[in-house]
Design a protein around this ligand. Structure first.
Ligand SMILES: Cc1cc2nc3c(=O)[nH]c(=O)nc-3n(C[C@H](O)[C@H](O)[C@H](O)COP(=O)(O)OP(=O)(O)OC[C@H]3O[C@@H](n4cnc5c(N)ncnc54)[C@H](O)[C@@H]3O)c2cc1C
Length: 510
């Protein structure tokens, strides 16, 4: 590498979702390049420890996963069959506004008329923005699939992502990487990471004495951040000033009946000092409570979870975490992907999406020498830093508009706990809603639509009267809302129940 031969060998350390997804994206990209150029593909190897478990959670994805699976060559049907997967059409936020049974959706399909007209000034009740502007709200409420049985893989009437079994997903990726993408799989625990005088990683030593030399190392060691954090000393930037949660209780919970409805959205129900996630798979539900140890105890959190599930017989697993990310994500010949780079609470399931994006960046930007590597690393760091700041702002938006009275929620409304960038956005949105113009960066993660759903769902109504002359399309807006009502009826009639669709699809072998 130092003599300008480029990256020929990549070693990924860690066999969780981050490690195997990174391996699949990098190896599949370079298999395709090699096919077209007749060159030998770069060597991708993955080392995972059989002694250190993966985090074992992370069951909600983004719609970006559709393209990622297509790119790496996994059929949607195989995902469903192996990972007990189901469709995810967005998130339902229950009790976030007042805690009195209120709820709103953040669906994945954009509102009708999106980009042409903002319907917010024309709806009677701002909290029902998603109800009036998007039929997907109703599709989710009715537990319907996003497509009919006659439509093909990766398509549908509504935009969607997946809920999946995290362990089974890593396993599916592992087999695909080994069997189809030429990834070398080494089982071993890294004991020592050896760096040269320039602080580049030269080799890693495994406990069995094996040594591995590589041009590029991808740190997928989870919270440990063994290579980037522990060895290269890249510091962690804490974000708990904005997002207070630092603990989670997770468990698998059976359906009452085998053919119970499966929700096609994540249900996030607010609690006194956090929230409970509820993710339905075909075989079971994955349920967990994310909370702040500063505002509640483990016992109270278990009590909340028990009450939510209506069962005293639960033994959840506790996971503690720090909210934040590394100061840099790529340093010298080491790049962090997954939780080794950072983690904040899973409210909008952003972690796996960041793994997809990071892996694609690495696959498409392998540098020819160390000089270029520095530039690539700088760009990656700038982009990731920006993305993290947008994630933190967007997550904070879910909290800061609450009217709940408990100390945890009140603390979230304290201006001191709100990022300056979000305060600036809110000042603009005070007199007009979020628009495309606010999100023009090519590396933006959430579109204006996402901000609209959350902002309006939380009951924030811009003072549209300040620029009344801009909102003179009442007739047009009413036509669009009528069209939404008509499409809603059509969808409710033609889309099958979520569980029925999956059963029929998998049984048909189509
Ligand atoms: C409560 C909770 C809920 C979550 N929910 C979501 C969600 O809904 N959606 C989402 O996108 N994300 C979610 N996440 C995040 C998601 O789980 C992770 O981003 C994802 O699982 C990737 O984890 P990872 O591979 O980085 O780390 P891990 O799964 O921890 O894997 C680390 C790997 O490194 C290996 N390793 C460690 N040390 C060594 C060593 N010395 N030698 C060799 N190997 C080593 C381990 O064996 C393991 O294979 C959630 C996280 C938490 C905590």
């Amino acid at each position: 590498m130092s003599n300008g031969n480029g990256v020929k060998t990549i070693t990924i350390v860690g066999g969780g979702t981050a490690g195997w997804l990174a391996a699949a994206v990098i190896a599949s990209t370079h298999c395709k390049i090699a096919e077209n150029t007749q060159e030998r593909p770069i060597k991708v190897r993955l080392v995972e420890s059989s002694d250190i478990p993966t985090v074992g959670v992370g069951e909600g994805t983004w719609p970006t996963m559709k393209n990622t699976l297509k790119d790496i060559g996994i059929k949607e049907r195989d995902l469903f069959a192996h990972c007990h997967a189901v469709f995810k059409q967005g998130g339902k936020f229950v009790d976030w506004v007042k805690g009195e049974g209120d709820f709103y959706y953040h669906p994945f399909t954009v509102p009708l008329g999106y980009g042409r007209i903002d319907l917010a000034p024309y709806v009677d009740n701002i909290e029902s923005y998603a109800v009036e502007s998007n039929y997907q709200h109703h599709v989710c409420e009715a537990n319907l699939a996003p497509r009919t049985i006659s439509e093909g893989e990766y398509s549908g009437q509504c935009n969607y992502a997946y809920h999946l079994d995290a362990g089974a997903f890593a396993d599916l990726l592992k087999h695909h990487c080994r069997d189809n993408l030429g990834v070398e799989h080494i089982i071993g625990t890294v004991d020592k990471v050896c760096v040269d005088s320039d602080n580049y990683i030269e080799r890693i030593q495994l406990t069995d004495g094996n040594e591995l030399v590589s041009d590029l190392f991808v740190d997928c060691t989870g919270f440990k951040s063994l290579l980037l954090g522990e060895t290269l000393g890249v510091k962690f930037k804490h974000m708990d000033k904005y997002l207070f949660n630092d603990s989670a209780l997770a468990l698998h919970f059976p359906y009452n009946e085998q053919d119970d409805e499966i929700a096609s959205h994540t249900i996030a129900t607010a609690q006194n000092a956090g929230w409970i996630w509820d993710i339905g798979l075909t075989s079971r539900r994955g349920v967990g409570h994310v909370y702040s140890s500063q505002f509640t105890s483990d016992d109270e959190a278990i009590e909340n979870l028990s009450n939510y599930l209506g069962s005293r017989d639960i033994s959840p697993r506790k996971i503690s975490f720090q909210s934040g990310h590394r100061e840099k994500f790529w340093l010298n010949n080491c790049v962090a992907v997954g939780m080794s780079g950072g983690f904040v609470e899973p409210l909008e399931a952003t972690a796996i999406m960041l793994i997809e994006i990071s892996s694609r960046f690495i696959a498409e930007n392998l540098p020819p020498n160390r000089q270029v590597m520095k530039t690539i690393a700088k760009r990656f760091n700038q982009q990731m830093d920006y993305k993290w700041s947008r994630i933190i702002d967007f997550l904070k938006l879910h909290y800061m508009l609450t009217k709940r009275p408990e100390p945890y929620w009140v603390a979230h409304t304290d201006p001191e706990s709100i990022p300056e960038t979000l305060k600036e956005d809110l000042a603009v949105w005070g007199y007009r809603g979020p628009t495309h113009a606010d999100f023009e960066s090519a590396i933006e993660l959430f579109p204006a639509a996402s901000y609209q759903y959350v902002l309006y769902g939380m009951g924030f109504k811009p003072d549209f009267t300040q620029q009344q002359h801009l909102y003179n399309e009442t007739q047009q807006a009413q036509l669009i809302m009528q069209k939404n009502a008509m499409l809603t009826q059509q969808m409710l009639q033609k889309l099958p129940s979520h569980r029925a669709f999956i059963n029929q699809w998998l049984a048909s072998g189509m």
